[in-house]
Design a protein. Structure first.
Length: 262
């Protein structure tokens, strides 16, 4: 019964996610390209250089097919990152090497700022949101009491591997490449505690700090994408995170980012 019990726990832990699928029609959401409408201030810079634009998501489009209940029902999110990859999200001193801007739905769009000359835009791809199921890693569900064999673990995940790679997406569980502790890493780094090793937490991350990790939600996962000239480390991914209360109240400037790669 151990394998059946593991399957039950996995199903119970599944979360909905929304894939960013390519759209053949024009949409108000896209990866690459340039932002449209005002971006909530001047073009973001870090360490003297302009950040690169990753994409723009229209929340009314997302919410027309569901969307996480902790996101506003309308408005626009714009994502920027230092594509020289000098910040991996583990060093508090490098906050600012990514930026998430939010334009509430009630605000006028205003004029689009021209990108700085130093920016080379990625190719643009209109996207649509496709509901899908995301599955947690075994590290996230209690299986220690089931004494599963390697064969059981292979059988447990085989049906989900057939779903294919879940590339760019909003909400749900992340697809980690390294340690599946990104919420704890966000909590530590956002509180000024450096995470010195990508696969473990600092020894002085106390219980209170760890408890706050439960507040973080995955806002956006951005995969490597050769068609968009997006490459994060060695076959890596960008993961943008935000506390649920900050998301509900439009405080997207409090977002955190983690880069993982092979």
């Amino acid at each position: 019964m151990s394998l059946n019990e593991a399957r039950r726990r996995l199903r119970e832990a599944a979360q909905e996610t929304w894939l960013l699928g390519p759209s053949i029609e024009a949409t108000a959401s896209w990866l690459g390209g340039m932002p449209q409408g005002h971006i909530g201030g001047d073009w973001p810079y870090w360490d003297g250089e302009p950040l690169d634009f990753i994409g723009q998501l229209d929340l009314s489009e997302l919410n027309s097919v569901g969307g996480p209940d902790w996101l506003p029902r309308s408005g626009v999110l714009q994502f920027f990152y230092d594509c020289k990859q000098r910040g991996w999200g583990l060093d508090p001193a490098k906050k600012g090497s990514w930026v998430v801007r939010f334009r509430p739905g009630a605000e006028p769009e205003g004029l689009t700022l021209p990108p700085p000359d130093a920016c080379t835009p990625f190719p643009v791809r209109p996207v649509m949101f496709v509901p899908e199921v995301s599955w947690p890693t075994t590290a996230r569900i209690a299986l220690g009491d089931l004494a599963l064999s390697e064969r059981d673990l292979d059988a447990l995940y085989e049906p989900f591997e057939l779903l294919g790679e879940q590339r760019h997406r909003v909400g749900g569980w992340p697809e980690p490449i390294q340690a599946d502790i990104m919420e704890e890493q966000c909590q530590c780094a956002s509180q000024g505690i450096p995470v010195l090793e990508p696969d473990q937490l600092p020894p002085h991350a106390d219980t209170a700090l760890g408890a706050g990790a439960n507040d973080w939600r995955m806002l956006l996962q951005v995969d490597c994408d050769p068609d968009l000239n997006m490459e994060w480390g060695d076959g890596g991914r960008l993961y943008f995170w935000i506390r649920e209360d900050d998301a509900r109240n439009g405080r997207f400037g409090e977002s955190w980012m983690i880069l993982q790669s092979f």
